[in-house]
Design a protein around this ligand. Structure first.
Ligand code: NAD
Ligand code: AKB
Length: 313
């Protein structure tokens, strides 16, 4: 039997940092290779530089290290994506196509592709958004991820590639500070509270968005990736849900522990992005097909975030 050897792209990012740790706990440190275009902020061995746009290096690496699975996290997120739309399309879509070609040519076992709530648009039902629905994203990030979902489904059907995908909500975690996204305000508000600083939120106080605590996101990813192949019936991307809240509701939760927290609201271009996304998600198919169930609501997440951020201080 082939030994499992996993390669992560974009491994220094918010999710990559936590997912690399979790996969190393399961498969052993040496069998999980972290790659990115930036220096890791903390010890991350084995690590190497791979720019997802360098197809030749990617293919050499996958061949040389006998990689069997790729978790393809490298991407440019929603807010940063609007700064350079063509580059975002190139990184997010061409990067994925290179990964899918590797999977085909090197006969890899499995691929993970993270999609996002950014695939929804203003014509999508905003409450309890169904799995199959109108998808007319307005950001280049959402467009690239939606096209990516369709390519994943195509490679599954045409070439039998075992590619699996989740539409992550906004992810909240304590391991690293997110940047370049529209849901980043939530993590930023926690850091401001712990540092005893006022926080200026770039979204309006009543903007509801689907959110998820990092441990739930990691558990969903690993649970789906370890499920038997026949249980994965959706090969574009699964809706995934945990909680939905507004900046004002998050502030009220944090005030229970940091009563001096001051939050002001100064919406910028990210408000328009947030307003085009869904407020809550129906993830019944993920529950039915491979047994997904989230553990953290806003209350449990707030307690755990604060405990972890305080212990790191
Ligand atoms: P992030 O921005 O924190 O990390 C992305 C990483 O990709 C960065 O470390 C960056 O250096 C790397 N990268 C960018 N361009 C690259 C290139 N050309 N080659 C190689 N690496 C490159 O993002 P994240 O929050 O960790 O997200 C990981 C994945 O999950 C992304 O695909 C994102 O679209 C998806 N996702 C994230 C969230 C969230 O809330 N964090 C929600 C939905 C989907
Ligand atoms: C972003 O805000 O761009 C990401 C996402 C929801 O995909 N956090």
């Amino acid at each position: 039997m082939k030994e499992t050897r996993i390669l992560l792209t974009g491994a220094n990012g918010q999710i990559g940092t936590a997912l690399t740790k979790a996969l190393r706990n399961i498969h052993g440190k040496e069998n999980v290779i972290a790659t990115d275009i930036t220096e890791p902020k903390q010890e991350n061995y084995p690590f190497d530089f791979i720019d997802i746009l360098n197809k030749t290096r990617l293919r050499e690496y996958v061949g040389d290290y006998k990689v069997t699975q790729i978790y393809h996290l490298a991407a440019i997120l929603s807010a940063n994506g609007e700064v350079n739309p063509r580059k975002t399309w190139e990184v997010n879509l061409n990067g994925l196509l290179s990964i899918l070609d590797c999977a085909k040519d090197f006969e890899l076992d499995k691929i993970f592709f993270p999609s996002t709530i950014a695939v929804y648009g203003r014509s999508t039902p905003r409450q309890f958004t169904p799995q199959h629905t109108s998808l007319e994203p307005e950001t280049v990030y959402g467009m690239s991820k939606l096209s990516g979902e369709l390519w994943c489904n195509y490679y599954y059907k045409r070439y039998g590639i075992d590619v699996r995908s989740l539409r992550y909500p906004g992810i909240i975690g304590y391991d690293s500070i997110p940047s370049g996204g529209t849901t980043d305000y939530a993590v930023e508000m926690f850091h401001a509270a712990i540092a005893d600083q006022p926080y200026e939120c770039f979204l309006k106080e009543d903007t509801f968005l689907p959110m998820m605590y990092m441990p739930d996101a990691i558990e969903a990813t690993i649970k789906m990736m370890e499920s038997p192949k026949e249980k994965i019936k959706i090969r574009s991307s699964y809706n995934l849900s945990a909680m939905s809240f507004s900046p004002a509701q998050l502030k009220n939760q944090i005030l229970n522990y940091y009563p001096n927290l001051k939050v002001s609201y100064k919406p910028d271009f990210r408000q328009d992005i947030a307003s085009s996304w869904s407020e809550s998600i129906d993830d019944t198919r993920a529950q039915q097909d491979w047994g997904w169930k989230s553990k953290f609501d806003i209350h449990k997440m707030t307690i755990d975030m604060i405990e972890n951020l305080k212990s790191e201080k």
